[in-house]
Design a protein around this ligand. Structure first.
Ligand SMILES: Nc1nc2c(c(=O)[nH]1)N[C@H]1C(S)=C(S)[C@@H](COP(=O)(O)OP(=O)(O)OC[C@H]3O[C@@H](n4cnc5c(N)ncnc54)[C@H](O)[C@@H]3O)O[C@H]1N2
Ligand code: MOO
Length: 418
């Protein structure tokens, strides 16, 4: 459901489920269109814009997986033990074309090319060697300890699909397939604003009634991704014109604008009015989520505007659950984050039904099935940062659950805490 700008009822709208709000946010953004080519060394954390093709077979030739002896299976005739004279010595990097003489073996090392005619490698620990002759007790199976040419990737085959975040192993695979550079999506331009007359930056002195801006560093750090180019538009006062002009400017120069504060129902909460005056298409106004119910998402020109609630825990949860999937889509990422783990409650918690709730939790032990036994870190009031700062994860409680009993199953989404 998209709520058009004819809706003047402010927060008198029914709350969307978390899943519906996430879908609307994701649907409201398009993938960035620009791409650039980067050397592999500069591409870690960036998003693959195409499926690069292997320049070579991987591995490029049949090679030995062990230090040992290359043999021909056909030479194992009759009953053992079997004796072979060593006719060759092949080390890694040997570029000679070698043909293994019938009835002989080749001394070979890990990574060295398999000589023509050989079809197994016996590791040296399984062989008795006397001078230039080896003795083998039983015949090997075909292909033993041989890494086949092209078994990882064939030349001209796609090495990786587009839309993947380039991680160290993915970059290594691209390098192994002979690629020196890769096409990546341009960085997603994200603008950040903090709204509130009460905000000062850490390091400044506080007057009575003022607080430190904690959302800024939290959101900047949550978005410290190689695929994001962040512009911090600073602290905006609770002034309708200032907020409107900041939204207009930030939306003209960014793909996505994220603000915190000023989205609830009070007359000093100006974000919604500013969006309406900027002719925004409003997508999300209220979500059945705890914390974070007042969440405002709309399109301003070509940009997506995400007005997170000011309360820090609510800002963190709504960012992670609803804004981040939209950012990931816009950046071209096609892999979803699906890292929840099954857990079991170690607490008794009664609550009002209706909203999906995210509780900060930790754990010190696991049950017989290996599931973490969750311990609550306070109620996780939407204004407090202590619980989420110490949490190992966030437990998810479905909207219709009124009581969580010890021993009941819960999903937990791990937080990176180490
Ligand atoms: N009458 C109603 N009041 C409120 C409602 C409501 O539905 N009706 N919703 C409550 C809920 S739930 C939340 S969450 C907050 C959301 O408020 P806003 O997004 O409008 O945010 P503010 O009022 O500007 O601030 C809320 C709170 O957070 C502090 N804050 C704001 N920005 C920062 C920052 N950058 N760093 C640290 N702390 C920040 C601010 O000082 C306030 O204490 O509204 C409830 N009220
Ligand atoms: O729903 Mo608010 O964001 O928790 O306090």
């Amino acid at each position: 459901m998209a709520i058009g700008d004819t809706c003047t009822a402010g927060r008198n709208v029914s709350a969307l489920s978390v899943d519906a709000a996430r879908l609307l946010a994701v649907a409201a953004v398009a993938r960035v269109s620009g791409t650039e080519r980067l050397a592999l060394e500069d591409a870690c954390g960036r998003v693959l814009a195409d499926a690069p093709r292997a320049r070579t077979n991987l591995p490029p030739f049949d090679n030995s997986a062990m230090d040992g002896y290359a043999v021909r299976i056909g030479d194992f005739e009759g009953a053992g033990p079997y004796r072979f004279r060593l006719s060759e010595r092949i080390i890694a990097g040997d570029t000679r074309p070698v043909h293994l003489e019938k009835g002989t073996a080749a001394r070979i090392f890990t990574g060295a090319p398999i000589p023509k005619g050989a079809d197994a490698v016996i590791m040296q620990e399984s062989v008795t060697r006397r001078g230039n002759v080896i003795e083998i007790a039983t015949p090997p199976r075909l292909g033993l300890n041989i890494r086949r040419e092209g078994e990882d990737r064939r030349q001209d085959e796609p090495v990786l699909p587009r839309g993947l975040r380039l991680t160290p192993p993915r970059l290594a695979l691209l390098a192994a397939a002979g690629l020196a550079d890769v096409p990546v999506h341009r960085r997603l331009r994200v603008g950040l604003c903090s709204t509130g007359n009460e905000l000062r930056n850490p390091g400044q002195t506080l007057d009575h009634g003022q607080i430190y801006n904690s959302n800024r560093v939290m959101l900047r750090s949550l978005m410290a991704e190689p695929w994001i180019a962040m512009t911090d538009h600073g602290i905006l006062p609770d002034d309708p014109d200032a907020i409107r002009s900041a939204i207009r400017q930030a939306s003209a120069s960014n793909d996505i604008v994220i603000s915190s504060g000023g989205v609830s129902a009070g007359e000093e909460d100006h974000v919604l009015d500013a969006l309406k005056r900027e002719d925004a298409t409003l997508e999300v106004l209220k979500v059945a989520i705890r914390p974070g119910k007042p969440l405002t998402i709309g399109r301003v020109g070509r940009a997506l505007f995400v007005g997170l609630p000011g309360n820090p825990y609510a800002a963190a949860i709504t960012f992670l659950q609803i804004a981040r999937p939209a950012l990931r889509k816009a950046a071209g990422l096609l892999e979803e984050i699906d890292n929840w783990i099954p857990a079991v409650s170690g607490f008794d918690y009664s609550r009002k039904v209706g909203r999906r709730e995210y509780l900060p939790v930790t754990w010190d032990e696991r049950d017989a099935l290996g599931r973490p036994i969750l311990r609550r870190l306070d109620r996780g009031s939407s204004a407090s940062l202590g619980p989420i700062a110490l949490a190992k994860g966030i437990a998810v409680i479905d909207p219709d659950v009124g009581r969580v009993l010890p021993g009941s199953s819960l999903q937990v989404e791990p937080l990176l805490c180490s």
